[in-house]
Write a protein that binds this ligand. Structure first.
Ligand code: FAD
Length: 319
């Protein structure tokens, strides 16, 4: 049976997030010929309507209230709750981003809906939608389904192919009643080494305690720059003060799923693997041939990262 699917899309730094395109592609599949609607919150975001239409959105609910200019849990939760009540979708999807993680449970609780978070795969079996999500820090996966709808799920970025399909888009201005907002965002300070968002980066060059100092990250930054990727780190490197905690990947850091993950001077502790083992291709550079990271690596280079990384950078510069 066809379904009505609503995707809460997200704009960051003036750009539509990749996970929103991915969510629309999933939405099209789940709608099965039904309705694919997107919602965008924040003034000026109507500029992204065409892009949403390029990924199959047929309707856009555009809430441009000033109160939605930056994410605040109370304003966004009020807006999305009202939108879901109005639109009555069968399925609600959003990215498992910092915003999605914070917002989805609030709205699910307000609407008394079930919620499945951090989904890495979505499939259908008859009328049932099956969501796959990692458990035990990525050591196992569980499949979950809802006994009754509506279905609300957050999707892990970089796990679904964004498929283009142009549709005719109708834009509906949406004016939620937002009151008693107790949160004021005065300033947003971002701590990333490069302009590339770690959670959506296609290529990540990551450093561990083996980089030995903050300066030791310089060759990794150069390699990341040449590859158009982002720099990440193990907790070992963060704890040692070599880099910001914003770069930490792992169980208590960010979970990433890039196409290519280059681990430099990282031993491969289970807590680190929890954040990166789903990368499509893993390259490990470590001078210890027994380092556990080699067990999950597709390609391993046994050697000193300070020799290997500059050689790689040089080689990629020539390509
Ligand atoms: P090490 O284990 O010290 O490894 C350094 C590696 O660098 C070694 O393998 C060494 O052979 C290699 N090396 C040294 N010099 C060179 C060189 N010149 N060239 C090449 N290789 C070299 N860790 C995370 O990363 N993320 C998390 O989210 C996380 N969460 C945790 C949560 C909990 C509750 C706990 C208990 C731990 C957590 N940890 C996490 C820590 C984790 O257990 C490890 O301690 C940490 O990942 C180790 O970091 P590392 O691999 O950089 O350092």
């Amino acid at each position: 049976m066809s379904k009505k699917v609503l995707v809460l899309a997200e704009v960051k730094d003036g750009k539509l997030r990749q996970v929103s395109r991915e969510a629309l592609s999933v939405a099209r599949r789940l709608a099965a010929g039904g309705e694919v609607a997107a919602a965008l919150f924040g003034p000026g975001n109507g500029a992204h309507a065409e892009e949403l239409a390029g990924y199959g959105a047929q309707k856009l609910y555009l809430a441009e209230a000033e109160a939605l200019a930056v994410y605040t849990p109370d304003a966004y939760a009020q807006a999305l709750t009202q939108l879901v009540r109005e639109v009555q979708p069968d399925v609600i999807l959003t990215g498992h981003t910092a915003m999605g993680r914070d917002l989805a449970p609030r709205v699910a609780a307000r609407l008394q809906l079930g919620l499945i978070t951090d989904c890495t795969a979505v499939e259908t079996s008859g009328e049932t939608i099956l969501f796959t999500r990692p458990i035990y820090a990525g050591k196992a996966f569980q499949k979950k389904a809802f006994l009754e709808g509506p279905v609300f799920a957050t999707l892990r970025p970089n796990n679904f192919a964004p498929e283009e399909q142009r549709t005719v888009l109708d834009v509906f201005p949406f004016r939620p009643e937002i009151k008693d907002v107790r949160t004021i965002v005065r300033e947003v300070v971002r701590k990333t080494a490069s302009g590339v968002d770690l959670s959506e980066a296609k290529i990540i060059v990551s450093g561990g305690r083996g980089v030995k100092s903050a300066d030791g990250f310089q060759p990794l930054k150069e390699l990341a720059e040449v590859l158009g990727g982002a720099v990440g780190a193990s907790r070992g490197a963060c704890d040692a003060g070599y880099c910001e905690y914003a770069l930490q990947i792992g169980q208590t850091g960010k979970v990433v799923t890039p196409d290519l993950y280059i681990a430099c001077g990282i031993s491969g502790a289970i807590q680190h693997l929890a954040g990166m083992s789903n990368a499509k291709v893993i390259v490990a550079i470590n001078k210890d041939p027994e380092a556990p990271i080699f067990q999950v690596a597709d390609y391993g280079i046994v050697g000193d990262l300070f020799e290997v990384v500059p050689l790689l950078t040089e080689a990629f510069r020539r390509v």
